[in-house]
Design a protein. Sequence first.
Length: 380
Amino acid sequence: MGDTKRFVYWIRRLSEIAMIGWLGLMLMIDVAAAASVGGPQWLVPFCGIAGIAAVLARHKRRVEGFTFLLAFSFVTSTIISATDYDGVPGMAESGAVLILTIGVLRHIQPVRKAAVFALVALVVLLAEAAGRDYQNAGLAFSFLLFAGWSLAAGVGGYLRFQQERRSEAVFSVRRAERLELARELHDLVAHHITGIVVQAQAAKTVAEMKPEAVVPALDAIAGAGAEALTSMRRLVGVLRAEDEAERRPGTTLADLRLLTERFSASGPKVAFEIGQGVGDGTLPPEVVTTLHRVLQEALTNVRRHAPGAAWVEADLRAFPNLVRLRVRNFGSASDPRVARLGGGFGLVGMAERVEALGGRLFAGPTPEGYWEVIAEFPLA
């Protein structure tokens, strides 16, 4: 999987080099045109250089570079149109404007600001065609530049639509996962409160018959109350909407082992190990439930994206300040789309769920060539 990431990296680098090389060829044509026309036409190659610089800096200075290029281009067109020289539209300059228009429509927020930049780019391109009217060919240049702008605007708008669509899907998955976690925490709090009430009633009865047994009962009530407060704080932190839900019993570590056994029966064999010091009494119930969900999602991804995996290794271990679940599959690489938590939205939801409890989720390839999912939770 490390090879896959390097492959994607070099593909992006090569596409960037190809784009800059294409603009460089256009710049050489601009220089040749300036040499044949002379006069203010020599400003056009400088516009092309500014355009290439703006494209190179678009990831960090998208708005500033685009604004400078549009202003420089418009001033150049105005100067050329005010002279008796024939002007030729800059090819590198126009290409840079079109490339930056795609990026502006895709990334600039809000969308109305991106639309304003795109319309200004259209005005500058049309001014470029009209102000540099080479041998009365301004109308033909205007048509070509408008067609190019239309194509760039269409591509940028489509990419923005896909990006916003994915953002909405990710938001929906995260919200649903938070609501699910809030429902489970609600059940845990209700369980603790019920225990407090029962123990308080029992303590009242015991106090009349055996007063010396009241202190242990009060200690149990205090412990249950502390657990209820802890769960309530987490509930308030993740709750985003009111929703009714059925009450379900809490998940235990035995459920995690049962999950791996069922997976082994119909898929790759799973070697699941629970380290020393890890038990139902040492982990908060909401953490155990989330560990079960993460393990389930990781095994599902193995079956879906790495059907040829030879075997799977999973371990749950406790450290001084955290508990860690690690799942690794061997013998087959997973789908690289999952590396960005984006092939499906299962890991996106799991990441939101883990982070809501103060933990961290890692998913991706390792240098050794296997796929790994790690969930870590802090321990009080």
